[in-house]
Design a protein. Structure first.
Ligand code: NDP
Ligand code: GDR
Length: 346
């Protein structure tokens, strides 16, 4: 049985990847952060009591800021594959917390790679590493963006991801390690964090439809993104580690839509007019914006035989359907006198 270690297992991608690897027969280990409230909502449906003999998902406390803990977990888990998905992944927040973001996104990756490097040497082990790179690394570079496009990062987050990317390349070249960098364009799902624009929109839409809120405050509606489905993208991560040799791959749909297009598609699917509900709030603008992302994933298609299955329209409908159900449940609670919290951040 292959063993995988996932940092960021409690996040959107971590949950889909854990599900995917379990379905492939892996034993899956995840790094989780200690929090004062439970932060395992997205993986609770996968969790089994570790005392049960057929349990294959195990969680370990750890943090990408803590080398000693990371080294201990790697020594204990002895993974065949490591997926580094842990990050302070919010671009706008990275302007508020640049140093912390750099520490987790860039130096955290270095800590992990260095721990794996020593583990491989000490144990003569074979470990394959996936690094979660981002289309944000392209930033202001002209579209379409492929593996050959030079990076031009536009936020502390993106600069951190560029550093992490090059740490990966350097460890591959310096120590012969199997490190593959995914350069994934935006991918969404009903499990997307509620402060990212797509989920913020579908979450608000459900609540507007069910009379729980009236307004949705957003920033720049002109930005264009290449949005895919997270469930499709975690398969590309896995395929990268099954290849004969490590490499870097763009993963994208090859289509781009503006935030306004997303609003229009989502609201019209729900039979509502977005312009009656959306208002501008400058707090959601970024000091430097990424205007246009459009990926060219032909290398992943040719070498990994990967292509996306879920279209933009299907993705929007999947998210709206999910959030309509969620808002209906909230409405029931609210009607029964329970306080349903409003969503304030984004
Ligand atoms: P999420 O924000 O949903 O999840 C991030 C995960 O990282 C969570 O499990 C979080 O834990 C964990 N984490 C945060 N800080 C630390 C830390 N200090 N130490 C260890 N773990 C930490 O992100 P996604 O699932 O959307 O993305 C996964 C990865 O892919 C990230 O690296 C992201 O930057 C990158 N990426 C994402 C894209 C996307 O469109 N989704 C596109 C390209 C790249 P907790 O739950 O406790 O907060
Ligand atoms: P992004 O995703 O920055 O592309 O990073 P996000 O959904 O946050 O923003 C997309 C675009 O929408 C605009 N926008 C808003 N964004 C947010 N969050 N909230 C708003 O109210 C709002 N109004 C307009 C933004 O300005 C931006 O142009 C995501 C993250 O998952 C990263 O970790 C990942 O690396 C990249 O995708 C690829």
């Amino acid at each position: 049985m292959k063993r995988a270690l996932i940092t960021g297992v409690t996040g959107q991608d971590g949950s889909y990847l854990a599900e995917f690897l379990l379905s492939k027969g892996y034993e899956v280990h995840g790094l989780i952060r200690r929090a004062s409230t439970f932060n395992t909502d997205r993986i609770d449906h996968l969790y089994q009591d570790p005392h049960e003999s057929d349990a294959r998902l195990f969680l370990h406390y750890g943090d990408l800021s803590d080398s000693t803990g990371i080294r201990r977990v790697i020594g204990k888990v002895q993974p065949d594959e490591v997926y580094n998905l842990g990050a302070q992944s919010h671009v706008r927040v990275s302007f508020d917390q640049p140093e912390y973001t750099a520490d987790i996104v860039a130096t955290g990756t270095l800590r992990l790679l260095d721990a794996i490097r020593d583990y491989i040497k000490e144990k003569d082990a074979q470990v394959r590493v996936y690094q979660a790179g981002s289309s944000e690394m392209f930033g202001a570079a002209p579209a379409p963006q492929s593996e050959a496009t030079p990076f031009y990062p536009r936020s502390p987050y993106a600069v951190g991801k560029v550093a992490a990317h090059w740490y990966g390349v350097n460890y591959r070249e310096a120590y012969g390690m199997f490190v593959s960098n995914g350069i994934l364009f935006n991918h969404e799902s009903p499990r997307r964090g509620e402060t990212f624009v797509t989920r913020k929109i579908t979450r608000a839409l459900g609540r507007i439809k069910h009379g729980l809120q009236d307004k949705l405050f957003l920033g720049n509606l002109d930005a264009k993104r290449d949005w895919g489905f997270a469930g499709d993208y975690v398969e590309a991560m896995w395929l990268m580690l099954q290849a004969d040799a490590p490499d870097d791959f763009v993963v994208a749909t090859g289509e781009t839509y503006s935030v306004r297009d997303f609003l229009q598609t989502a609201f019209s699917y729900a039979g509502l007019d977005w312009e009656s509900h959306v208002e501008f709030d400058a707090r959601y603008l970024r000091p430097t914006e990424v205007d246009l992302l459009l990926g060219d994933a032909s290398k992943a298609q040719q070498r990994l035989d990967w292509k996306p299955k879920v279209s933009f329209q299907q993705l929007v409908e999947m998210m709206v359907d999910y959030d309509m159900d969620l808002a209906a449940q909230e409405r029931t609670l609210s009607d029964a006198g329970h306080k349903v919290p409003s969503r304030k951040f984004g």
